[in-house]
Design a protein around this ligand. Structure first.
Ligand code: SF4
Length: 107
């Protein structure tokens, strides 16, 4: 009987793809709880602001914050704190960039 493959076979990934994510090994969040960076279902108000602030404090000390932020915006990461930005902050930046592109295209 053939054994079912249960894990992603990362050796099949293109090399360039792996290299573009290597910066994550230097992320300060590797020493933190992942739950700090991703809100649980239904989290709102002060609890959410407090957790986001704590995650952003970790990001502020991170040596790869710039590339992390760039990648999160480019990939349109839908959830979590990445590069010191919450998902709402990233959405605002992306919306603003889109409005600016449309403005230039119309002129
Ligand atoms: S900037 Fe924040 S989310 Fe990105 S790698 Fe660093 S600590 Fe992790």
């Amino acid at each position: 009987m053939e054994q079912e493959q249960t894990m992603t076979e990362i050796s099949n990934f293109p090399t360039a793809n792996l290299a573009s994510w290597e910066w994550q090994y230097q992320g300060a969040c590797r020493q933190a709880e992942a739950t700090l960076f991703f809100h649980p279902d239904g989290e709102r108000g002060p609890s959410r602001r407090k957790r986001d602030a704590a995650a952003k404090a970790v990001c502020a000390q991170c040596p790869v914050i710039e590339i992390c932020r760039k990648q999160a915006l480019a990939m349109r990461e839908p959830y979590g704190v990445w590069g010191g930005l919450t998902e709402d902050e990233r959405m605002q930046i992306l919306s603003s960039q889109s409005r600016n592109r449309n403005r230039f295209a119309a002129s």
